[in-house]
Design a protein around this ligand. Sequence first.
Ligand code: UDP
Ligand code: MG
Length: 319
Amino acid sequence: MAQIKYSVVVPLYNEEAVVQELYDRLTKVMRQTCETYELVFVNDGSTDKTLEKLKTIAVGDDHVVAVELRRNFGQTPALAAGFDYAAGEIIISMDGDLQHLPEEIPNFIEQINAGYDVVSGWREKRVDNMIMRKIPSKIANWIASKVSGVDIHDFGTTFKAYRRGIIKDIKLYGEMHRFIPALVSFTGGRIIEIPIKNIDRPAGKSNYGIGRTFRVAFDLITLRFLLGYITRPLHFFGKGAFYCIALAMLLFAYIMFDKLWYNVPIFVAHAPLTAAGIVLLLIGMVFISTGLIAELISRVYFEATDRKIYAVREIYKKN
Ligand code: UDP
Ligand code: MG
């Protein structure tokens, strides 16, 4: 089969009401590109008729690949599955609830063709609930852009397009699909953000509430660590160790001074300080040993997975 130009990857969890319309609209849009394309639908353990509908569609159209997961794994793993099965040179991911408009795909393609590695959708005007979604999301996005050093407004949306090499290089864990742009920027990918429409879900209800904010916050910590210290974890833990041990030393110095100069009975006068000093010292040592273990793990990680600590964009040479 000829090389496929575009793959559209869509995770679906209980979206029976919209699958057919989604497929129809995607097909119309992708045909208009006049390029080879495929639609990779991932059924993430739906309990409704989503799978049946996907099967019917896949049987009747060789542009469609339907991937059935064994159970409901969640949006990030479902996306990861879709990326693994996507054969296209350019991979577009989007939600399957029609909150993302298939008709906007050409805008993404345009930016990829302009040379960007990742095109990320930005819900300029969000329709979601103020307290539960908009405000937490504003804060999270602000922190995410500070932490990751990637200057985009909206990390949350899955509506994105990638060059194949970029997405195939990234491993997704937790709810990390949100931070793909950050992970991509780490490997030197060029990223651009384009405004997208954000409409209400035409059917069904959202699978997420406020709980997601906490999971995303934890992922941010992982992200900070991965981006800054994956190849040198001891520098991260060592910093913590340094502060703890330095503080412990100051406390001990002060206590010793009191003892030697004023002959204060330290266990009577400075019991809490002594305890604090010992605790800090111990924490410092824990940090150092954790850091050393992390150094070992980091080496195992890079060697076992054959991953590089650098990323090459292109190689130029004669012939
Ligand atoms: N989704 C999924 N597995 C899940 C939850 C959601 O594949 O466990 C899909 C869902 O079908 C939709 C997309 O992920 O296509 C986004 O989910 P949702 O609309 O619930 O999130 P929101 O738009 O509220 O952020
Ligand atoms: Mg949605």
